[in-house]
Design a protein around this ligand. Sequence first.
Ligand code: TXA
Ligand code: MG
Length: 317
Amino acid sequence: MISTDLNKAKSILQSDNLIAIPTETVYGLAGNAFSDEAINKIFELKKRPRFNPLIVHLKSSDDLHTIAQKIPEEAIKLAEAFWPGPLTLVLKKQSHISSLITAGKDTVAVRVPNHPLTLQLLNLIDFPLVAPSANPFGSISPTSAAHVFNYFKNELEIILDGGACERGIESTIVGFEDGVSQIYRLGSVSIEEIKQVIGNIEVFHSESNEIMSPGMLSRHYAPKTKTVLVDDVEKSINQFLNKRIGLLMFKNKITNTKIIAQEVLSELGDLNESAQKLYASLHRLDHLNLDIIIAEKFPDFGLGRSINDRLLRATKP
Ligand code: TXA
Ligand code: MG
C-alpha cells in the first residue's frame, strides 16, 4: 500500500519486514541493518545476487563511527560537504556489521539520505536501514512510489510516498582502497563537485573486477525494450525504419512521423533536470510495447557523464 504512515512503517521494520522508502536519488527497499532476517528478505525480494553488497543509510553523520572505522580524512571532508545527500562512502566496517550487508568484504557502503520523510523515519527508529534501489535486480530504478508499486504490488506492506525523487539517479559511490580515492559508481554528485572538495580523483574502471562495486556490472538499469545510445539520432531512426521507435532526447524534439513516442528530458538543456527525469521517462517508454528505444548521448561532463553511464548499461545485451 502507498502511504505516509511513519508509525506503521516503524512497526513493520521492527518486525524484520521490508518497506519502500523515498530518497532524493531513487526509492529504496529498506530493512533493519541490524537484522539478518530483514537483510535476507531484501536479497530474496529483489532477486539480487548475494555478492552484491548493500548501502547502510544513517540518520546523521554523527552515527558514522558506529558503522565504520579508520575513516580517511578525504571521507570526512566529503561527508561534511555532501551529507545529507547523494554520496555513498565505502569504508572499513566495524566488526559487528553483518557480512550479509557487505558480501563478505571488510568494507561497508554508507550514506545519509536527504529526504525529509525518510530522515523523520530514521529518527523514529533505533537502527540504520539497509536499502538497495527498490527494483528487481537489473531493471530500471524507481523514482516514484507508483514505480515501486508496479514492481512489487502488494508484496510490500508499505511504500512510503515521498513524491518524485529530486535527483533521480543513484548516489555517487567513493572508496578509498589502498589509500587511493576512487569513484566506484558515477551518480548524482558529479566528479567536478568531488574534485572541488578533495582534489583529483579517478573513476574506477575494470571490466574484470566488477565485483568491486557490482553497480558497475555491465547490464543494469535496463528497460525490457531493446535500447541503443547514439550520437546521431536521425541516422539511427533510418536504420530502424520498420520498427516501433521511441526516442529519449536531451533537449531537442525530433519531427518525424515514424516516431511513436518521444521523451525530451530538458528543453532548457539542464543536466540536473535531465537526471531527475531520466528513469521516469525510461519507465514510460518501456510500457509502450516499442521495438526499440533510441537514446541520444548526453554531453560528457557533470551529470551528463552519469546519465551516459546509466544509458550505456541500459543498452548492454
Ligand atoms: O542512491 C542510492 O545509492 C540508492 C538509494 C536507495 O540510497 N541505493 C542504491 O543501492 O543505489 P543499490 O543497492 O542499488 O546499489 C548499491 C551499490 C552497488 O553497486 C554495490 O555494489 C555498491 O553499492 N556497494 C555496496 N557496498 C559496497 C562495498 N563494500 N564496496 C564496494 N561497493 C559497494
Ligand atoms: Mg540498484
